[in-house]
Design a protein around this ligand. Structure first.
Ligand SMILES: Nc1nc2c(ncn2[C@@H]2O[C@H](COP(=O)(O)OP(=O)(O)OP(=O)(O)O)[C@@H](O)[C@H]2O)c(=O)[nH]1
Ligand SMILES: [Mg+2]
Length: 456
């Protein structure tokens, strides 16, 4: 039986002091000793929105992750609490509570983004905690940081199969759970009651059309759907009268709003029953030592500056993905031409038709894999490469035709040359015989297939 870890209280996993992220050795030692597969649940959201309180509910405790009752942001860095999984034998549940985003006193968006990205990369279930409703700002933030996490993963995880495969987010992306706190709206659209999940899906619904504003509307939604194919939404009433918030930790369930108690129970049940084991590409089930090295890899990459600031991240990601898309398209074209083209071709259009078909497939592959190809920069690059390959094939075709024709001429007319040298035709009637033989050989030459365009 694998080791079980019981921590009486959370420890800091990643310290965040003056904008610098430092991994805490004590937490790494705990991870080293945790050999069970891990289910990692991380929570992220704006500061002062009840994240730590909700994570304590998952731990089944009133106290644990520290809760602040003032307006000052409370949790700093990322805190970790490991415990035996309540539903999965021989699995460890790892709760990660993160520093709140948007603290006005801190005012450091870049540092916020780093913590957000780490939570995405380290977790198997990622809880995105927002207040009241799903709004565009929360959606944009999730979209940008998700892109960024993907970029960080792309540039800093040598274990992956290569850039092309990073589009396969399912390998390492967590499931998304969107929690809406102090939700006071009616879940109703056009007079129809809807579920919280339907509300989330409705918010992520794409609009039809191609104009720029629609594209801007659709892009974050498309990306969130692509990154997080498994999504769930929970709404929560306010836990109690606001005057009781300062002592919330000490309140028993019967002193809390009963709807809130029920909503927390449904949330915990989903997390315990549905959250997956953290898995890396290749199906590696992450245990403590794996998570330890993942933490170190990600924090080192961030410290090295591999995580660009948010504004540059999408551009950088687009560069990486589009270069990979060009490579993939060209590889497909080369492979298809190699398989189907036999030089020399009988006619030029035979070659051009085949090139055209492979070119179309290559462009289709590029389109499928490209991302935000502004001004079609990379598509044009692909077209230039394909054009150069076409010219190259045309030249090769001429050369192949030339070689084949020369070889045929030599093989067919060579013996005639010998006969002329031997004087076989230097006799009466020889000229007629020579003409007859020449016509015969010419006919044989013309009968030969695949001489190409250099045929004389
Ligand atoms: N309005 C409201 N307040 C809550 C809720 N849950 C907890 N609180 C209170 O909000 C305050 C902050 O709670 P925390 O759990 O520390 O919030 P946090 O998001 O972890 O805050 P940071 O660590 O600063 O990011 C405390 O006074 C809690 O009692 C909730 O669902 N709604
Ligand atoms: Mg907190």
């Amino acid at each position: 039986m694998a080791s079980e870890i019981r921590m009486p209280a959370p420890v800091c996993l990643i310290e965040n002091t003056e904008g610098q992220l430092v991994v805490n050795q004590e937490a790494l030692e705990i991870l080293s000793a945790t050999k069970n597969p891990l289910v990692v649940v991380a929570i992220v959201g704006l500061y002062r929105t009840g994240k730590s309180y909700l994570m304590n509910k998952l731990a089944g405790k009133n106290k644990g992750f520290s809760i602040g009752s003032t307006v000052q942001s409370h949790t700093k860095g990322i805190w970790m609490w490991c415990m035996p999984h309540p539903k999965k034998p021989d699995h460890t549940l790892v709760l990660l509570d993160t520093e709140g985003l948007g603290d006005v006193e801190k005012g450091d968006k870049k540092n916020d983004t780093q913590i957000f990205a780490l939570a995405i990369l380290l977790s198997s279930t990622f809880v995105y905690n927002t207040m009241n409703k799903i709004d565009q700002r929360a959606m944009d933030l999730l979209h940008h940081v998700t892109e960024l996490s993907n970029l960080l993963w792309t540039v800093s995880s040598p274990d992956l199969d290569g850039v092309e495969d990073t589009t396969n987010f399912a390998n390492f992306y967590p499931d998304l759970v969107w929690t809406l706190r102090d939700f006071y709206l009616d879940l109703e659209i056009d007079g129809q009651l809807i579920t919280a999940d339907e509300y989330l899906e409705k918010s992520l619904k794409l609009k039809e059309g191609t104009d720029k504003s629609l594209q801007n509307f659709n892009l974050p939604r498309l990306c969130i759907k692509e990154f997080f194919p498994i999504r769930k939404c929970f709404i929560f009433d306010s836990p109690a009268h606001w005057k009781k918030f300062a002592q919330l930790e000490t309140l028993r369930n019967d002193e809390l709003d009963p709807d809130f108690v029920q909503q927390v129970a449904a949330f915990c049940s989903y997390i315990f029953n549905r959250s997956k084991t953290k898995t890396l590409s290749g199906g590696i089930k992450v245990n403590g030592p794996h998570l330890k090295s993942l933490v170190q890899t990600c924090v080192n990459a961030i410290s090295r500056g591999d995580l660009p600031c948010m504004e540059n991240s999408v551009v950088a990601l687009a560069q990486i993905k589009n270069s990979a898309a060009v490579k993939k398209a060209i590889a497909h074209y080369d492979q298809q031409m190699d398989q189907k083209l036999q030089l020399p071709t009988e006619t030029l259009s035979e070659l051009l038709d085949l090139h055209g078909a492979c070119e179309r497939e290559a462009i289709e592959i590029f389109m499928k894999n490209s991302f935000k190809d502004v001004n079609q920069k990379f598509q044009k690059q692909l077209e230039t490469l394909l054009e150069a390959r076409k010219d190259d094939f045309c030249n090769q075709n001429m050369e192949a035709s030339w070689s084949r024709c020369s070889a045929l001429l030599q093989a067919i007319f060579g013996p005639l040359e010998n006969e002329v040298t031997q004087g076989i035709y230097s006799k009466p009637g020889g000229h007629f015989l020579f003409i007859q033989k020449t016509e015969e050989l010419k006919a044989r030459y013309y009968q030969q297939p695949r001489k190409g365009m250099q045929v004389f």
